[in-house]
Write a protein that binds this ligand. Structure first.
Ligand SMILES: [Fe+2]
Length: 328
């Protein structure tokens, strides 16, 4: 497997490694199984032209096992340790932890595991790598302090691809189901404009058989949420991000939304590296493939190659202090 951007060899200021952690072992801690079914973007109503520009035509999978019993127990203990660093993500999530892979070597090694990325590549049908921005690795959502609102409101993700893993056993959680909308982002936006959220008859809440199970998600394209709890209890999920190694597809990120939630000392450097990796890929493609073209074609191809770096610069300068969602 290739790596998009290597995990940083130094930690950001203020982050320290946990001591006395078990060492991650793919052989002992993973128990990878293939999902029974794959749901395609076309099944959600996306048209072929839109699908063609995206990382993969896959929308989601049914739940599949990721962690062994031993791995699930370490994941839970790691999440419990990271809980102390929880904070809100705007008005979308009340309790979440990002940057945990700069504190837990076990979580870092799970989230950057080549075995796991290879498994996800097979599910998505394309070559993927762990997300270049470490903030998108090992994201944790914890239960809110009230049952009145969703744990994470209806949204599409700020990154292209991810899996959502049960850290707590869903059988021990009252409510808090993960749900996705059998529809497009465009439909969700139209509903939100009328003050509505996806109707129950058009949502799917997959059954996760235990802790350590996940569904793969085309997070940028599938509108989803973690629904409200029926009663207050702990409910933890972990989201790990991936990107397509093919840099010619759309970037499919909303990094500008992260300005409202992430540590700026970490965010901007990670963001710049992602943009630089994408732009390097596109520039190399241009060098390798460009023939003798007319001026307008050359300008268009060079602009396409520089698109991600330019967008990153524009968005970093403009700034944003909210994170988008569709309510609920
Ligand atoms: Fe999400």
């Amino acid at each position: 497997m290739s790596v998009a951007v290597p995990f940083p060899t130094t930690q950001p200021p203020g982050y320290e490694w946990f001591d006395d952690e078990p060492e991650f072992s793919a052989a002992d801690h993973l128990a990878l199984e293939a999902p029974a079914e794959i749901i395609m973007l076309a099944d959600l109503g996306y048209d072929a032209d839109e699908i063609a520009t995206k990382a993969t035509p896959v929308a989601a999978s049914t739940p599949f096992r990721v962690l062994s019993d031993e791995g699930a127990a370490i994941m839970r203990a790691t999440a419990d340790r990271l809980r102390t660093f929880r904070k809100p993500a705007g008005d979308r999530i009340e309790n979440m932890v990002r940057g945990g892979c700069y504190r837990s070597r076990w979580l870092r090694d799970l989230c950057t595991s080549t075995e796991l990325a290879g498994h996800l590549s097979a599910i998505y049908g394309i070559e993927v790598a762990p997300h270049p921005m470490a903030l998108h690795l090992g994201h944790l959502n914890f239960a809110p302090s009230t049952i009145e609102v969703g744990i994470d409101k209806w949204h599409h993700d700020t990154l292209p691809l991810d899996f959502v893993l049960t850290v707590t056993d869903p059988a021990e959680v009252a409510g808090g189901r993960f749900e996705y909308f059998v529809g497009t982002r465009h439909e969700a936006a139209a509903l939100a404009a009328e003050g509505k959220t996806p109707p129950a008859e058009r949502t799917v809440a997959p059954d996760f058989p235990g802790a350590g199970w996940a569904i793969a998600l085309h997070g940028d394209m599938v509108v989803h949420r973690a629904g409200p709890l029926d009663e207050l209890c702990e409910r933890i999920s972990m989201v790990n991000g991936y990107v397509a190694l093919d840099t010619l597809t759309d970037e499919q990120s909303r990094s500008v939304d992260l300005m409202a939630i992430d540590d700026h000392q970490v965010l901007f450097s990670e963001w710049a590296k992602m943009a630089a990796w994408r732009t390097t890929g596109r520039l190399s493609h241009l060098v390798e493939t460009m023939g003798f073209e007319d001026r307008d074609t050359v300008i268009a191809e060079l602009e396409f190659a520089l698109e991600d770096a330019q967008r990153a610069l524009d968005e970093m300068r403009a700034g944003k202090d909210t994170i988008d969602h569709y309510g609920g």
